[in-house]
Unconditional design. Structure first.
Length: 438
């Protein structure tokens, strides 16, 4: 916890991404949907009318930088708070100072970087002071605020979504770093536009990654007569393995499994295999994917192709036996089979409809004829009376009612005409016709 002003950009030992941090909005690159001329956030900053807000976006897009720029323009006292080093005691101390400042007519702006790391008790401690106006809270997070921030606190903050920087944005940042005195300005760096585009593509929308990668390739460049030459080979060595944006406990995890699930549901094999590769190459547990495929086999295919469930279970076992990277081909086998299989969600809908009735009618008694009667008392109470044993009949069917009276004739499973389910539908219709005749 410390009183915060603008970053000290004179320390040359800092990483390039730190030295090149924009000091004002004219140096800030990207987020024109928020900071362009006439946009709401730009006007709030220019007029020093900033209210409590949350900046939500992926790493390296300028959330913290934007907060620091606001700090440089506001007349409010600016306090930087860390979830790692600050507990309830420190929060209360700052809140007392903020309340005193409010009584003196001075605003306090509190910046919470990685606000999703603050626990519920810490977040609750800020709430009354945000409500009273003692503080203007600015939070930055890479996680979905809906999941990570208390609803009461979130309802009092405006959420601004920051987008990944484009390749053009990143190339502009890299060019600035080559000419700015805080970066490599004054040095003769020989690097082509194509190479800068390679770095921008590798960074995947993250300015920090782009600038730090540029610093690495320049430091490894060939030096000759005060000239530093960067070759394509040097860049390829420095970015030999691309780090995919992925957090197995974060929102992107759920975004990718959703993309895989919906691509298979849409019978798009190419998209399905791509999202599978994205997850596996980012380090996802193959057994997690295999479990989700097993669910998909019944939820989205079901009786249209019951063999899909067998394939999914077999692939889960193969992944368990073999592991990565070899089991990637087994998962590809399952994903391709499931994507191409006929689709039916009739089983899923059957259970959901039955669940609704089950929850609303929890006390509905089991019909006497299908109750077990292991004791004399139960038999005297007519348990099992009227039970018809299907195996004793010619057609292996009876007209006995198995649902409670209030649910008589209720239909939960409504088969489609997709794949093998068409035969299931035909057989069910024959069973129903037989019962109607009796």
């Amino acid at each position: 916890m410390q009183q915060q002003s603008l970053f000290d950009d004179r320390e040359k030992n800092n990483p390039l991404s730190s030295r090149m941090r924009p000091r004002n909005l004219s140096e800030y690159v990207g987020q024109q949907h928020l900071l362009g001329k006439g946009k709401v956030l730009r006007q709030l900053i220019d007029q020093d009318q900033v209210a409590s807000m949350i900046f939500w976006g992926p790493p390296g897009v300028g959330k913290t930088t934007l907060a620091r720029i606001i700090a440089g323009k506001t007349k409010a006292a600016f306090v930087d708070f860390s979830a790692v080093t600050s507990g309830i005691k420190e929060i209360k101390e700052v809140m007392v100072k903020a309340e005193n400042n409010r009584c003196m007519g001075e605003k306090t702006m509190l910046f919470l970087d990685e606000i999703h790391r603050f626990n519920k008790a810490q977040q609750d401690a800020f709430l009354p002071f945000v409500e009273k106006g003692s503080i203007i809270l600015i939070g930055a997070t890479t996680e979905n605020p809906s999941f990570e921030i208390n609803s009461a606190l979130l309802s009092r903050c405006k959420v601004f979504v920051l987008q990944s920087l484009t390749a053009t944005d990143l190339t502009q940042l890299l060019q600035q770093a080559l000419t700015d005195a805080r970066g490599f300005g004054g040095q003769h760096i020989d690097i082509t536009e194509e190479m800068l585009s390679m770095i921008a593509g590798f960074a995947n929308g993250d300015a920090r990654v782009a600038l730090n990668t540029l610093e690495i390739v320049v430091l490894n460049g060939e030096r000759n007569d005060e000239k530093i030459t960067v070759t394509k080979e040097i860049i390829e060595q420095c970015i030999s393995k691309k780090s995919l944006l992925y957090d197995k406990n974060g929102e992107e995890h759920y975004n990718l499994i959703s993309a895989l699930h919906k691509s298979m549901r849409n019978s798009d094999v190419n998209a399905s295999v791509y999202w599978l590769a994205r997850m596996l190459e980012a380090g996802e547990d193959p057994l997690y994917i295999a479990r989700r495929l097993t669910r998909f086999a019944s939820e989205d295919i079901g009786m249209a192709n019951s063999h899909a469930l067998e394939i999914a279970v077999s692939v889960y076992q193969a992944c368990h036996f073999i592991g990565m990277p070899e089991c990637s081909v087994h998962l590809t086998h399952a994903v391709t089979y499931l994507a191409l299989a006929p689709k039916s969600n009739a089983l899923y809908m059957a259970y959901e409809n039955a669940k609704k009735d089950a929850l609303e009618m929890l006390a509905e008694p089991v019909p006497l004829q299908i109750r077990n009667a292991p004791t004399r008392l139960m038999k005297e109470l007519h348990y099992g009376e009227g039970y018809e044993y299907a195996h004793d009949t010619k057609d292996k069917l009876t007209a006995m009612e198995c649902l409670p009276d209030s649910l008589r004739d209720r239909q939960y499973y409504l088969p489609t005409t997709q794949g093998n389910e068409a035969k299931v539908k035909e057989w069910m219709e024959k069973i129903e016709a037989w019962r109607r005749q009796r």
